[in-house]
Design a binder for this molecule. Structure first.
Ligand code: ADP
Ligand code: MG
Length: 402
């Protein structure tokens, strides 16, 4: 007799989930508790387009995980559904500028969405712009969402192009919705860009622990079998995420990972213990995610720190005591310079280097102190705030070295 296929068991294996995908970061939930007010406000603004009027441009900002992307996508989906049911010429385009981070790339993405058959790679920006204007001129109202808009290198030019087009069109119109996780970004905008983009503004506040608990409870009802998650586990996950600045993404990640922990253990309940296990994992994921979105030059500095942390035994103080993992700022700069040159990258000045060090410290990726008198002269001492091996491994991949 044939032995049993290993997947028979794997396939039937008990799981706490009914649908794990419902907790994936890519999934947009259908209901968004505590964002009713924001949904109403956005739809009030964008509703103008249904009367064939260009609506005010809108700038939405707030910390990561406050529901900006989900809320905007939710409203856009309803706007497009409504207009197509009523045969009104409104169309929506969503762009994550992290993946389309220049005026040219964003415009290409827009016309590609408008003309799915066309291939626009390699055409001039002027040609692509004309394609866009031509589309709208047929009497369409176009709403363009630029998510993570701060990632666009030449944003002034992009916003100028999109808003200027309205002067050239008399029938249709283009409305821009910009979204940013960066609270300071708005103040750094060129005044003209600011006044075009921020005709209307909205801030998304962080969720508090109570709100996060309710959000998790509702998400759990869809993603898990009945009564799988203990109430205290929900509270704990919500409390952890509330500490992480009220970030619903962290909260949902905790729930997902806690479910995976339970499955691995083969148990049917998610308790505090699984949430605590999940917390370590999620924290690590958050840090690695932050590292992989740093600008390249900062990644190089951090890479140099991780390499030296692994190579050196630390520094010896006057007392003879060994301080593990502690590095001199100067030796990091030398190592950074060596690595950058080796892989053919620019080397920034020492002044910029110090700027990068302060930013890395602000993100909690490194710790630094002044040496005081215990060590030769006065110098800055730096220590990695996280597992050096993991950082080095990740950055080798990101920077394609190793
Ligand atoms: P932001 O764009 O502000 O960083 P997102 O909209 O991406 O935040 O939300 C982060 C995660 O949290 C997503 O997985 C989303 O599904 C979830 N989330 C955010 N707000 C809510 C809410 N009110 N109800 C349910 N899930 C939410
Ligand atoms: Mg977002």
């Amino acid at each position: 007799m044939l032995s049993q296929n290993i997947f028979d068991k794997e396939f039937d294996r008990d799981s706490v989930f009914t649908d794990r995908n419902l907790l994936s970061p890519h999934y947009t939930p259908l209901e968004l508790p505590f964002r009713e007010h924001q949904i109403k406000q956005i739809s009030h603004i964008l509703g103008q387009t249904l009367h064939n009027k260009k609506s005010d441009n809108l700038f939405i900002y707030g910390k990561t995980g406050t529901g900006k992307t989900s809320t905007t996508k939710n409203v856009m989906k309803q706007l497009v559904e409504f207009s197509s049911a009523k045969n009104i010429k409104v169309e929506g385009i969503y762009i994550n500028c992290r993946n389309h981070n220049s005026k040219y790339r964003a415009l290409i993405k827009i016309v590609k969405d408008l003309y799915p058959e066309g291939n626009f790679m390699g055409f001039s920006a002027a040609f692509i712009y004309e394609k866009l204007v031509g589309y709208v001129r047929a009497g369409k109202q176009l709403v363009i969402v630029l998510d993570e808009v701060d990632k666009v290198k030449d944003l002034d030019e992009l916003i100028y192009a999109l808003t200027r087009s309205n002067d050239e069109i008399d029938k249709g119109g283009i409305t821009v919705v910009g979204i940013s996780n960066n609270l300071m970004f708005k103040d750094r905008l060129d005044p003209r860009t600011k006044s075009s983009l921020c005709e209307q503004e909205m801030v998304f506040p962080p969720y508090n622990a109570e709100e996060l608990k309710e959000i998790l409870k509702r998400r759990a009802e869809h993603a898990f079998k009945k009564d799988v998650v203990e109430d205290s586990a929900l509270s704990l996950a919500a409390a952890f995420a509330a500490q992480e600045s009220g970030d619903a993404r962290t909260a949902v990640m905790l729930l997902l990972r806690a479910g995976e922990v339970a499955d691995r253990k083969g148990i049917e309940k998610i308790t505090d213990e699984e949430v605590k296990k999940a917390k370590n994992k999620v924290e690590e994921e958050l840090i690695l995610n932050m590292v992989s979105t740093l600008p390249e030059q900062q990644q190089l500095v951090l890479y140099a720190i991780s390499v030296l942390s692994l190579e050196k035994r630390g520094i010896r103080k006057i007392t003879g005591q060994l301080e593990e993992g502690v590095l001199f700022s100067g030796e990091i700069y030398d190592e950074y310079e060596r690595i950058a040159k080796k892989i053919g990258k620019d080397v920034v000045s020492a002044r910029w280097y110090r700027e990068y060090i302060s930013e890395l410290e602000m993100y909690g990726l490194i710790l630094s102190t002044n040496s005081g008198k215990g060590i030769k002269g006065q110098t800055r001492l730096i220590k990695l705030g996280f597992d050096a091996r993991k950082i080095r491994q990740l950055l080798e991949k990101e920077l394609m070295i190793g």
